[in-house]
Every structure is written in C-alpha cells, then in structure tokens.
Design a protein around this ligand. Sequence first.
Ligand code: SAH
Length: 354
Amino acid sequence: MTPLKQSLLRRIAQTGPLTVAEYMTECLLHPQHGYYTTQTALGAEGDFITAPEISQMFGEVIGLWLAQVWLDQGAPNPFILAELGPGRGTLMADILRATARVPDFHDALQLHLVEVSPVLKEAQIKALHTHDITHHASLADLPEAPLFLVANEFFDALPIRQFQRSGEGWRERLIGAKDDMLQWGLGPQSNMPVLEHRLGDTEDGQIVELNTAAEAIAQDIGRRIAQSGGAALCVDYGDDLSRANSFQAVKAHDHTDPLQDPGQADLTAHVAFDPLAKSARPARASALTPQGVFLERLGITQRAQSLAAHLSGDALDMHIAAHKRLTHPQEMGTLFKVLALTPATAPLPPALDA
Ligand code: SAH
C-alpha cells in the first residue's frame, strides 16, 4: 500500500469520510506524495497531453488574441501577463514568441506565473529562461495592475464537491473505507441553500458538482480586471452548468478508477463555466464558445497552412493531425470551451460574442 493511501485510510478512521474536495486536495497537492508535487505528468510521455503540448499554433493564436485585447484597451504600460497552472511553460513560451514583434508589448509586460508544483516550476523556469518570471502559490499574491491572464486546463484541477439530489434536498458524495479499500458513500440529506436554484433543473438521483475554489479565483480575477483593466481567457473541458458526475482519473493517457492508487493519477472534473462567469462580476463574461470555433475565428487554419508549407512526410502528417485534434468537433473542438472576462466598458474581445 502506498504511503498516501495509508495516510488517507488513517484520516478516514480518525475523522470520518472525506468530501471529494478533501480527497482531490490530498491526492493532487499532498506535500510529499501528491500527484502535482511529485510528477511532471504532462506531454506525450506523461499521463495526459494538453492543447499547447499538441501544437505551437494554440499558444500563437492565443498570444495574438492577448496582444489585440491589450491594444484595444490602450496598451497599458506596465501590465501583468499572468498564467494560472502553466504546466511545462509551453503555452507561455508560444505566447511570448508570437507577440515578440508587437510594438511595446514585451517592454510593458511583467510575467507572473501561479503554480503549486515544484517540479513544474522548474520546467517553467527552463522553458522561459530568456524572461524574468515571478512565481506565486496563489493568484491572491499578484500585485494590482492591468491583468492579462490565461488559464488552460487549470480550473479542472481544482477540488470539487459532489451532491446527489434526494427529493427536495441533497446528499453529499463522500469517500469512506472498508477493509483497507476506499469506497463511495453518501452523507445525510441536507437542504444546501447554494444548490436551491438547481432544484428546478435536476431530477432525483442526479449528481451536481460545486467548485467553490474555482469560483473564488474567478471572483478575484473579475475584481482585478474590473478595477485595473485587462482580460482573462479560460480554456477547459466542461459546459455552462454541472449536470452529472464528471470526476475522473487519468493515468498514462487512459481513464482509471479515481479511488485506485491515490496520488498516482491526475484527478479532474469538468468545469461549470456559468458559476465562474457569475462570480467574476462586475467583469463582463463573453459567450461560452467551443475551442474549435474560437481557434478557427482567430485564423488557426491559415497559420496551419503556412507552417505546412515547410513540412513533409511524417512531420506534415503530424501537423495536420494536431490541427484536427485542436479544432475538430469529435476531438477537442467542442468538448473544450473558451470563456473570456473583460471590463464591462472595454471593447469586446476578438473571436468571442457578447
Ligand atoms: N496549462 C498547462 C497545464 C495544465 S495541468 C497546459 O495547458 O499544458 C494543470 C496545471 O495547474 C499544472 O501546472 C498544475 O501544477 C497546476 N495546478 C494545479 N492545481 C493548482 C493550484 N491549486 N494552484 C496553482 N496551480 C495548480
């Protein structure tokens, strides 16, 4: 038995079953045995692959989107260019390369990265070695200034709680133990005022998820952007609302049982974007837009064609497959969504409807 599983079983024996959020936090962030503490996780050799690791085009078009929004808001100088959960630093490296020739953009930017993983922090410092970086453990530590922020597959890593509808109330899904095995259970029925509004659109037995950590971060982003100007671009898998159990574990590019091997697999949940948009008020939220639509509107296909002109053989096949993977409705194009936050008084950001 792994040390993390042992410590979880001990905790359950002492203080009772864990919420999904408590379990996720231990599995992902435990100071010695947590998944993000110990693993580099990302990329073809890791457990999962993200859009910036699939192709440089993803970061390039997002970089140009950020530069356009910055210009539309009068090119504030200085400004903070921030990323939440930058992984291996690939997205930020592509953003910086794509914006190198935007006049004054690099002179005005101060690069701030929010990251908890010591292993990934090192990877980010390497990938971005030509730039000055300030790392933070939390968004709350960022200075106040116009803020241009990206978060790709960040909100899905934050701890959720799950509730199962039971009549006019809810029972929380909890993780307990039996015979040294972790197992699912349900807490007592309660009324849950924060879920009152979901009684109208759910049925008995249906599971909904709450991500209060994500909502608190969205609130802080919204307040900063409304006060100081800027924009946030959140890209993740999910939908407007949580409608089912989306808690999942991925290891070596395959789904596994989230209660199997705690700390060894990536645990995530789909992002419910409407609660994030509401939390970010008074910042204005864009329409929730499929990733494929967003990237096409920003010209990813023209960029793909111009890169393709220099490629042949396997490299060309891989490039074509990467473009398809990012944009096609049956791949990442529809499951992944984009939400932008801007000040209510700023021009609408490119490629997104109001
Ligand atoms: N954005 C990257 C990585 C996505 S994986 C990409 O697209 O490739 C999730 C990232 O969020 C990792 O860098 C992970 O270490 C970080 N992370 C997870 N939980 C976090 C938290 N609570 N605070 C800050 N960073 C976190």
